[in-house]
Design a protein around this ligand. Sequence first.
Ligand code: NIG
Ligand code: FE
Length: 422
Amino acid sequence: MKATDNQKHGNPAFDSVWVNASLATMSGTAYGIIENGAVAIKSGKIAWVGSMAELEKLPDRGALVMHDAKGKWLTPGLIDCHTHLVYAGNRANEFAMRLEGKSYAEISKAGGGIASTMRAVRAASESELFAASEKRLHALLNEGVTSVEIKSGYGLDTENELKMLRVARNLGNAYSVSVYTTFLGAHAVPPEFAGKADDYINMLCNEMLPAVAREKLADAVDAYCENIAFSIEQVTKLFNAARRFGIPVKLHAGQLTDMGGAQLAASYQALSAEHLEHINEDGVSAMARAKTVAVLLPGAYYMLKEVQRPPVDLFRKHHVPVALATDCNPGTSPVCSLLLMLNMGCVLFGLTPEEALLGVTRSAAQALGVGAKVGTLEKGKDADLALWDIAHPSELSYHLGYNPCMGVVRHGKFINVRERLA
Ligand code: NIG
Ligand code: FE
């Protein structure tokens, strides 16, 4: 396209067009590749996607801004659909204890684990919490992430859970990223309720959740269904309350033991069930019927030296979409690289590089309930893209500790990641 095309149009058809790009649209099969492609953007949305040859045939193809991708790859902006990235302090001491043979459950029962991060979060001011968390967000954004889910769950009282969710929302306002917040008050029983988990759940349903809903601070409600956390009955109570507020649910299920969490999640049409190393085929088929996405978290699997892999073959057999996420948290997964999760998803869980990339694009969008808005390069979706210096999209699963991201487009606006790093 020549400059004259722009001049001819007083009111150009597009705000910007990316030309000479290799596209992995992630819609259809085989990465949805369009070699020598173009993406046109209008009002922050994808207005047109196709080949350069098709673009040349469009009667009206003027644009205010032209970006020449010079053959580099464009994918949907990456989506990290499960993080606990708002937290204070760290738990390197517990990491050392685990290396010496203590288990995650033992440390948790002895007052460490989630409770130790709870103390750090309660002690942190809102601005301290923001400052600690934005560093981790930077790391994700520099690798092409344009949407991120952030959970509460280290406040464990009304004031501090609200504080965490506000910080998460504020991160979304301060940075070029869509933040989806999740209320995870049912992450652990706080010390004030020691031995009274049922009372804590009642308080969550009657006080905390209504406050969160009133301030519209949560896009979803999550819980930790595990023998060191909450039972099926307790989670059921919470999910009933979430349903009354019209907030969708998701569940940490089958991380350490199989308690039937996948079935429970499915029976509430959960957006997703997460971890899932310990689930059976019943759970998988229930998820398939409910269209609940399996969110796999190889960082936590790796850090806990878990040996049971999530049943990837069963997810394939039952056509359960599989997403991958960092689970960024100070205990089980101090991970701030979504690209690393692609590699681990392949090496540790046996995903193909294409499945891994779908797991941080199309399927991750579904896991957040925003599959109609983001996750693929298709007309009508948000213009959230990532630009990569790679020869093929399988490379995104291949490197470890190397970041080929050149920039992102968020809602149509280009951000040069490498300049930001300079
Ligand atoms: O996803 N499983 C529960 N929650 C986190 C761990 C949180 C923590 O240890 O701080 C997880 O692994
Ligand atoms: Fe988690």
